[in-house]
Design a protein around this ligand. Structure first.
Ligand SMILES: [Zn+2]
Length: 367
């Protein structure tokens, strides 16, 4: 990098002698033009710790917002999407700190929503949240009346909004996202043991030999592996709206094929990462790949806590309040694994019925 800078500096000095800056259309004399570094230097522990604290504070704040806002409201959907993304970033930063021999800083819980510029601009880049202020949301698009629709939040981000009108009181459907991982088989076996067939929305990037074995186990347990994405949803964590519909079809078609090669059956269900997808892409996935879209109506926000007891209690209170619903959890977090196992037993003991995910396909197809 130093060599490159010197070469550039030399080139600049040669040209700056005989010609004036304005000949190049530059606004400043060449001598003041900074030569950008080729790539940023590896961050040290203290800057990583500062970054961790910023992202952790924002994660806390979005968790609070997501819990306070009514389920399914634009505020809740945005906070949940941002929170899921931030949870991933916090974990990634924590791993980098540990890899450098440091320890993860303990960040005091804060109230209110003041984010660092770094966090705000990153979220804006990833999701487009914080876009044109005051723009009114475009009207939503009905995908299937009584089943699901796409709603646009005021920045124009399209969210899949699920209905559970087709469920009777006391009926629930359980779903897990972002696996398969090392905890998946335990969760899958617990669902089988409690007669609670569930959907596991998987990521194609996790379907190596071990991942395929886990997906195979899900299907053998009577669960339903579904398509979530290849990445979540791009390699950098951006939602599927970063891709063209053709690219989405190509990539998710590959995930569908990987699942089929593991289980012998084509997956039926699809859930967009963060619940974000355009109506066009959703319709194409349905017509070209035969995938039934699935959102959720009870977001457990299981990424927002590390405490399985608190997660279980909150989930139970949400289910009691709504009386039924499509429950969203993630089979990659230890707290979710523990809470989900308790939940499956609790539902059976408290008169709830975990209905087969096939009901989703029937409702979508109007059967
Ligand atoms: Zn996900």
């Amino acid at each position: 990098m130093i060599k490159r800078t010197l070469v550039l500096a030399a080139a600049v000095s040669i040209f700056s002698m005989p010609v004036k800056a304005q000949n190049f259309g530059l606004e400043r004399p060449l001598s003041t033009v900074e030569v950008p570094e080729v790539s940023p230097a590896a961050p040290d522990l203290s800057s990583l710790s500062a970054e961790y604290a910023e992202f952790f504070s924002a994660l806390n704040s979005y968790s609070n917002t997501a819990f306070m806002a009514p389920q399914g409201s634009p505020e809740a959907m945005q906070a949940s999407a941002a929170g899921q993304y931030l949870r991933g970033r916090v974990e990634e930063l924590g791993a980098r700190i540990k890899a450098l021999g440091g320890s993860v800083p303990s960040v005091p819980a804060t109230r209110g929503a003041s984010f660092s510029w770094r966090v705000s601009s990153e979220l804006n880049d990833v999701f487009g949240f914080g876009g044109p202020a005051g723009r009114s949301a475009a009207p939503g698009v009905e995908i299937r009346a009584g089943y699901c629709r796409i709603n646009f939040v005021k920045e124009g981000v399209p969210f899949l909004v699920q209905s559970d009108r087709f469920l009777k009181k006391g009926e629930v459907i359980i779903t897990f996202d972002d696996g398969p991982g090392p905890l998946t088989e335990e969760v899958s076996a617990a669902m089988k043991a409690n007669n609670a067939p569930s959907v596991f929305f998987v990521l194609g990037s996790k379907l190596n030999a071990a991942g395929k074995a886990r997906v195979k186990a899900e299907a053998a347990d009577g669960n339903f592996p579904g398509v979530h994405g290849y990445w979540h949803a791009t390699e950098n964590g951006k939602p599927l709206t970063a891709y063209s519909t053709a690219k989405i079809l190509d990539q998710l078609g590959g995930v569908s094929d990987s699942i089929k090669s593991a289980t012998g059956a084509k997956p039926v269900f699809f859930r967009p990462p963060y619940g974000i997808i355009t109506p066009d892409a959703l319709k194409a996935l349905s017509s070209d790949l035969g995938l039934v879209p699935v959102g959720w109506t009870i977001d457990t926000l299981d990424w927002s806590t590390k405490d399985p007891e608190a997660l279980f209690e909150k989930t139970v209170s949400m289910i009691k309040q709504r009386g039924k619903g499509i429950i969203l959890m993630h089979d990659i977090h230890p707290q979710s694994r523990t809470a989900a196992k308790r939940l499956a037993a609790w539902l059976a003991e408290n008169g709830y019925k975990v209905v087969s995910p096939e009901r989703l396909a029937e409702a979508y197809r109007g059967e």
